[in-house]
Ligand binder design. Structure first.
Ligand code: ATP
Ligand code: MG
Length: 138
């Protein structure tokens, strides 16, 4: 079993797609291990996305991520990190495969509905950022 960190981003919460995305998460076989609705501040978003701080879209991305409430999740499944990224689809919804969450719920490369950790080290950092003290294995 593996844990990954996921976000239902502010665009998808605002468009009232939270329930549909949670249903897809459960239908695809993930166990929801932790979940919380949070309206994060821009400085929390900057800390979370620190790896991107040199990217041209950093200011816009962190403003978007703090623009309204989001839902933060710890998801468990075999191979959860890769499995969740596959379910989300490509970063740009226009390039995402049919049936993926970003294809269905994303509007643009920035407003792309969901986030997912991309590797075990980033999953550990991101889970700890939003769920301090969470058990990473059991
Ligand atoms: P995430 O980390 O959110 O799961 P990702 O790993 O697919 O997405 P990253 O390259 O890590 O993509 O980019 C982080 C986020 O920054 C993207 O999900 C998107 O919201 C935003 N982003 C990425 N590229 C661009 C861009 N060219 N213009 C605007 N926003 C972007
Ligand atoms: Mg990423």
């Amino acid at each position: 079993m593996e844990l990954t960190f996921a976000i239902i981003k502010p665009d998808a919460v605002k468009s009232r797609d939270t329930g549909r995305i949670l249903q897809r998460i459960e239908d695809e076989g993930f166990q929801i291990r932790a979940m919380r609705m949070r309206h994060i501040s821009q400085s929390e978003a900057e800390g979370f996305y620190a790896v991107h701080h040199e990217r041209p879209f950093f200011a816009s991305l962190t403003a978007f991520m703090s623009s309204g409430p989001c839902v933060v999740l710890a998801l468990e499944a075999p191979d959860a990190i890769r499995k969740w990224r596959t379910l989300m689809g490509a970063t740009d919804p226009a390039k995402a495969d049919a049936g993926t969450l970003r294809k269905e719920f994303g509007a643009s490369i920035e407003n792309n509905a969901t986030h997912g950790s991309d590797a075990p080290d980033t999953a550990a950092f991101e889970l700890g950022y939003f769920f301090p003290g969470i058990e990473l294995a059991r």
